[in-house]
Design a protein around this ligand. Structure first.
Ligand code: BEZ
Length: 402
């Protein structure tokens, strides 16, 4: 796909680099028998995800989903058993380069799976571009990852921050709302989701009258909720996730705003939190690339298997982790487990049609899912699918020199 000279490094050098097998093969250290033996060695998979802090449930769900995809293939990918190397990235962007380097330089992983937080992903991108290690991003939506920072070795099985709130802008206007306030944490994900919502909402004739931010991962919402009450917009749109989403939804109700000003969001706001928020989310509408009640064969099988394995209901994060496992399997199958054949692996991943619980999807040229965005409504403990808000929506991949 990419012309590497345009993104700062040479494709042939890149395709040689990265893994121990690739380096040894390039140096002539491994004979054909040596390559065969190396293919039988365990595949070294680095998991870099948050296991502490507000995004912990997301990191755990992604890990569970990924491991389920591996279990379904008899504990092997491309015929090779897996050895996991795990780093808790704490959703801390400042530690991202060091944490990524730990996996690549110290643990010599063949592939990196991570992460949740967009700021951390931006730190990872620099390191994986330099080293050429294959990186599958199972959540973080930073637009740059499949935009100006796109590269042959960078893949995403989740979404770009642009996608879900772009679809939401139209929905909120269609509900008859003329004005809206957007509230979120101040970092790449919140700002980018706000921006694509604003674009779509204002294109339809609405007006985003205020952007409200608080520093990540603070959850002291009271002052901002008081401000919303005084602005009296027609609608509020919020992006929070994990622990912060639970607190925000409850605080919104406690502030007396539920039932007065309708609350919308990208579905990260209500996925994985409904057990904890009680009736505070009832009736909320969100847009997301996954929903409850899709009623497809694949989704039913996935949900049954997930509940059986973990005694928990899956959410969108579990789906994204599962699909990261499926995408890696496609790449490894294409090269029969030989991660030294990076070009072959990339080709296999680029050509994959992922049979996802969300619905089958393919990857764009920039390696981001082209996918349906659902309109969902909270009914009891479900983010029930209502309709398709945007069909086969592809991220515009601005700045990707593919
Ligand atoms: C992000 O930082 O990209 C993100 C975090 C949680 C949910 C969705 C996106």
């Amino acid at each position: 796909m990419h012309k590497n000279e345009k993104i700062g490094y040479d494709r042939r050098e890149f395709l040689k680099g990265g893994t121990a097998i690739a380096a040894a093969t390039a140096a002539g250290v491994l004979s054909p028998t040596g390559i065969a033996l190396a293919q039988q060695a365990k595949l070294r998979v680095g998991l870099m995800l948050p296991y502490t802090g507000t995004y912990t449930p997301l990191g755990v769900a992604i890990t569970n989903g990924f491991k389920l995809a591996v279990q379904e293939r008899g504990g092997k990918l491309g015929g090779r058993e897996i050895e996991y190397f795990v780093v808790d990235d704490e959703s801390n962007p400042a530690k991202a380069p060091e944490n990524t380097n730990k996996l690549i330089q110290r643990d010599k992983v063949d592939v990196v799976i991570g992460t949740v937080h967009s700021g951390v992903a931006l730190g990872m991108a620099k390191v994986v571009r330099e080293t050429g290690v294959i990186w599958i991003n199972p959540n973080a939506g930073a637009d740059e990852v499949t935009g100006p920072l796109c590269a042959p070795n960078i893949f995403r099985t989740s979404f770009s921050n642009w996608q879900n709130t772009y679809a939401l802008g139209k929905v909120v206007k269609q509900r008859g709302h003329k004005t809206a306030v957007f509230i979120t944490h101040k970092y790449a994900a919140g700002e980018q989701m706000m921006s694509s919502f604003k674009d779509a909402f204002e294109k339809e004739g609405g007006k985003l009258v205020k952007e409200l931010y608080l520093p990540f991962p603070q959850v002291e919402f009271q002052a901002l909720l008081t401000e919303i009450a005084s602005i009296k917009p027609d609608a509020v749109v919020a992006f929070f996730s994990g622990g912060a989403a639970v607190k925000f939804i409850k605080d919104y109700q406690a502030a007396g705003l539920k039932g007065k000003i309708p609350l919308y969001g990208p579905g990260f706001l209500t996925d994985g939190v409904l057990e904890e928020v009680g009736d505070a989310a009832e009736g909320m509408e969100t847009t997301l690339h996954y929903a409850d009640g899709l009623d497809t064969k694949k989704d039913k099988a996935f949900r049954l298997a997930y509940v059986k394995a973990y005694k928990l209901q899956p959410d969108v994060f579990a789906v994204q982790g599962y699909d990261a496992g499926q995408l890696l399997a496609a790449g490894l199958d294409a090269v029969k487990g030989n991660v030294g054949d990076k070009a072959g692996m990339i080709k296999g991943m680029e050509a994959a049609k992922i049979d996802s619980p969300r619905g089958a999807f393919t990857l764009s040229k920039a390696h981001n899912p082209v996918q349906d965005i659902y309109l969902r409504k909270v009914v009891g403990k479900q983010n029930k699918v209502m309709s398709v808000a945007a069909k086969a929506l592809a991220d515009p991949a601005r700045g990707c020199k593919a």
